[in-house]
Design a binder for this molecule. Structure first.
Ligand code: ZN
Ligand code: ZN
Length: 456
């Protein structure tokens, strides 16, 4: 694998490195520290609760040092963090670490690996060979602010090239483009599937004085090899970027009740009228959900996405089709041909090995029959994985389930997935020692693995 060392600095190969954001309460002005994954701001002074929304991705900046009178220019960097899976033919002479599943039908036929890796990187998103290629560890060491929180902060440079030809209001296109950019820079090694990632723009400040360009945090000249004038030209000529975070009151659009929710929840549930909402793109959109009801007050419900996906290139309409494709040990039955097939994935972040295990286990389990729509549920684990990322996992789940691994890479690259319908299914779990046990299916999940997921 060829890596452009100077373009990328992998900050941290493990989880647990979320950065922090300083933000004032929009109601009373009290200072609040947010975690990067937080979507709900709660003020403990005035009790205000608002949802942090944007059309595209979040824009943050690092504050310059005090006492700089020159104009501050903010240089944009992309930042992505999460995990990715790679499906590839097994190279027999290479040792594989971090391998989740590997298959081999006979020694004559190549096997397949699904491997995963964490990544946490940032890279310059301006077309310049002179400016620093990466922010290094800065975003973790310093508190960030939302772009737009201070009108007089300076000039925020418009970024490129990932923003080419993208409508401002299309998060999905932004994300895809950013990931494309990342893969191009990484020399397009193989097909990677990105899940649970956080994408944002982080601005770092500079200023010009005495014919030099200075880092505005350290107040030291950048090492530009006497090309300071050239860089100053870029700073002056690049158009500026406008952005601000939206604060949405957390009120149910249907009944007006306050919407509760953990700080990192992407979906909020109204316990007054039993509805669920996705506020992320400024309009609250209603989310279908149903619960697999269980008796008792000690039940915690974990959210899973149930996806109706049209897969071009393979017959996968009914549960009977899945039995055939995955060679499941189930007797053929008329019922299965009438049971629609769904992909099922966790709707919360969890480590990649467990994530894929749950995708497989729940996708091969026949869909639950006795679901109750809009069921009043008290304890729900927050939804932290959006539906579009859940959809990405379909390819992964399917390739790990297909029994006939011959020509798998060919097949996998020809498949096309379209999301036709989705809903959240709340599955019942009961705590038992350090485990949460699915009360219907008897699967268990380590409670600590669930809590760790918040940092992925
Ligand atoms: Zn307040
Ligand atoms: Zn309501």
């Amino acid at each position: 694998m060829k890596i452009y060392q100077n373009l990328f600095i992998v900050i941290n190969a493990v989880n647990g490195s979320n950065f922090q954001i300083e933000q004032q309460c929009p109601q009373c002005g009290a200072p609040i520290i947010l975690d990067e994954a937080d979507r709900i701001l709660s003020c403990k002074f005035c009790r205000t609760r608002v949802y942090l929304a944007t059309d595209n991705i979040f824009h943050f900046y690092i504050s310059p040092a005090e006492g700089i009178s020159e104009t501050i220019y903010f240089i944009p960097y992309w930042r992505i963090k999460g995990f990715s899976y790679t499906i590839k033919e097994k190279e027999m002479d290479i040792e594989h670490h971090n391998e989740l599943f590997s298959y081999s039908i006979s020694p004559a036929i190549k096997g397949f690996d699904i491997s995963n890796k964490y990544f946490d990187i940032n890279f310059l998103s301006l077309d310049s060979k002179l400016l620093p290629h990466s922010l290094g560890l800065r975003p973790q060491a310093m508190k960030l602010k939302f772009v737009g929180s201070n009108e007089d902060a300076g000039k925020f440079l418009k970024f490129s090239p990932a923003s080419r030809d993208i409508s401002k209001n299309d998060y999905q296109a932004w994300r895809d483009n950013l990931i494309n950019d990342y893969q191009t820079h990484m020399n397009g090694i193989h097909k990677e599937i990105f899940i649970g990632e956080t994408a944002s723009v982080i601005y770092s400040p500079v200023y010009c004085a005495n014919g030099r360009v200075y880092d505005a945090i350290l107040k030291k000249p950048l090492d530009l090899q006497t090309k300071d004038v050239e860089v100053e030209q870029i700073l002056l000529s690049t158009p500026d970027e406008k952005w601000h975070v939206e604060f949405l009151p957390l009120l149910c659009p249907d009944c007006g009740a306050d919407l509760p929710g953990e700080k990192d929840a992407l979906i909020v549930f109204c316990s007054n009228c039993n509805s669920a909402w996705n506020p992320s793109t400024k309009n609250f959109t209603k989310v279908k959900y149903s619960a697999w009801q269980e008796q008792g007050d000690d039940i915690t419900y974990l959210p899973f996405w149930q996806l109706k996906v049209k897969v071009d290139g393979i017959q996968l309409e009914s549960y009977a089709d899945l039995i055939k494709i995955a060679n499941l040990p189930k007797a053929p039955s008329e019922v299965w041909t009438k049971t629609p097939f769904y992909f099922c994935t966790p709707a919360f972040k969890i480590n990649p090995a467990l994530f894929l295990r749950w995708c497989r286990q729940l996708t091969v389990a026949p869909p639950p029959q006795d679901l109750i729509a809009d069921f009043p549920v008290k304890k729900i684990h927050p939804v932290t994985l959006p539906v579009n990322e859940a959809l990405e996992s379909s390819l992964l789940t399917l390739s790990s389930l297909i029994a006939d691994k011959r020509n798998l890479t060919q097949l996998v690259s020809s498949l096309h997935f379209t999301l036709e319908d989705s809903s959240l299914i709340l599955h019942p779990f009961r705590a038992s020692a350090s485990q949460l046990v699915h009360t219907k299916l008897d699967f268990s999940m380590d409670i600590s693995a669930l809590n760790m997921g918040a940092y992925l």
